[in-house]
Design a binder for this molecule. Structure first.
Ligand SMILES: *Cc1c(COP(=O)(O)O)cnc(C)c1O
Length: 382
């Protein structure tokens, strides 16, 4: 995986541009790797259509650029979480792009969904009733996805509610169902028994609507084998280079994050370091301060655990992560080696989003979606 990292070469110009805008961090988003991951998922799920989940601003990477790039790569199905995200994305995509709203139809948002030609995921009988009423009021046939809860207890109709819907099809008047959908709770753990349990219920539920295409698999589900692919696969994290499962990561990294050094110092043994004085130097140390912190999506839980990389050397965080800065211990480097304006790697060839997430006790999804708006964003064209 690491040999695929093409970003070192573009880095120099981009870091200069970042500094000239007064930004201390450079977030590089490799749209070529994004497309490679999309194509990879299409191969893995051959025979199924592959959508793109672009909720939460495409996991923090920029929904407009990500969705536009994937549209050019052939993707036509885009999932967001909220109606407001779909409305923002609609003008950036050609009209044959289908925009689905995962989290359901909010009371009062029906007109917006109609105007912007959105496909709500209907998660309750109440949402079905409102969408059907909207169809009849507007005199139009309105597309929707019906979601069934096969064992996550988060969103979707209960199996009994879906049985009622199948038995009383007049409840769907005016609605053109495009898919029956469900979501896997444990797809990133291939051996988890919940996968087979949910699969069994999904099979039972889809028999109620025998002609309706099914959408079941997220990134993890795409790697659970062909039986999970159904008609439409819905990957998110795998597109963005995160590991789809605990079995390893066949995807290419999409994100690189480098942050600038603003100053260096030498401290004597006995010197307190950072907020709370939680670390006291036990020997003379050389330190550097980086200009990114928890307001830039580097969780405070990284304090004392994480490190950065510079020219093949790991430089550990020392003391607590601040809002806008982090102190690192550079004693392992020769004196004068690292200087203000130099960039160190937070995410890149030496440290993946999953590595950094593990150091913070979280998942790559949370690292990506928290990245924040202060970095200079450099998109490498596909
Ligand atoms: C977020 C989400 C996805 C994408 O999940 P990944 O694990 O990122 O692939 C798919 N389906 C639903 C319902 C989701 O909420």
């Amino acid at each position: 995986m690491r040999e695929h990292h093409p970003l070192e070469t573009v880095s120099d110009t981009a870091t200069r541009l970042a500094l000239s805008e007064g930004r201390a961090g450079l977030l590089t988003i490799d749209l070529g790797a994004l497309v490679w991951n999309y194509d990879r998922l299409r191969q893995v799920a051959e025979g199924a259509r592959v959508a793109a989940v672009v909720k939460a601003d495409a996991y923090g990477l920029g929904a407009e650029r990500v969705a536009g790039t994937l549209y050019d790569a052939g993707c036509r199905d885009f999932f967001v979480a909220l109606t407001t995200e779909a409305v923002a994305l609609r003008p950036n995509l050609p009209s044959d792009a289908r925009l689905y709203v995962l989290n359901g139809l909010l009371p009062g948002a029906e007109a917006l969904a109609v105007t912007h030609d959105l496909i709500p995921v209907l998660n309750s009988p109440e949402q079905v009733a409102r969408w059907s009423a909207t169809a009849q009021q507007t005199g139009r046939t309105l597309k929707a996805v019906a979601q069934v809860d096969t064992g996550m207890s988060r969103l979707g109709m209960q199996p009994d509610q879906l049985r009622t819907l199948a038995a009383e099809p007049q409840r769907l008047e005016g609605i053109d169902l495009t898919h029956l959908m469900s979501h896997l709770a444990c797809a990133d753990e291939p051996q988890h028994p919940a996968n087979a349990d949910q699969f069994r219920i999904m099979t039972e539920m889809s028999a109620l609507f025998p002609h309706l295409p099914v959408s079941f698999a997220n990134s993890g589900g795409a790697f659970l084998g062909q039986s999970y692919h159904k008609a439409l696969v819905r990957p998110g994290i795998a597109l963005y280079g995160g590991a789809p499962s605990t079995d390893g990561n066949p995807m290419r990294p999409v994100v690189t994050l480098e942050v600038a050094v603003i100053q260096t110092r030498e401290v004597l043994a006995g010197t307190r370091i950072g907020y709370g004085g939680t670390v006291v130097a036990d020997q003379p140390l050389r330190l550097a301060t980086l200009l990114a912190g928890y307001a830039d999506g580097l969780p405070r839980a990284l304090s004392h655990h994480a490190g950065v990389w510079w020219q093949g050397v790991r430089l550990p965080f020392i003391g607590r992560v601040s809002m806008d800065s982090i102190i690192i211990d550079i004693s392992a480097l020769p004196q004068g080696a690292l200087n203000p304006g130099d960039f160190v790697e937070l995410i890149g060839p030496n440290q993946s989003i999953d590595d950094l997430a593990a150091d913070a006790g979280t998942i790559s999804y949370e690292i990506l979606t928290a990245l924040g708006s202060r970095y200079y964003r450099h998109y490498v064209e596909a």
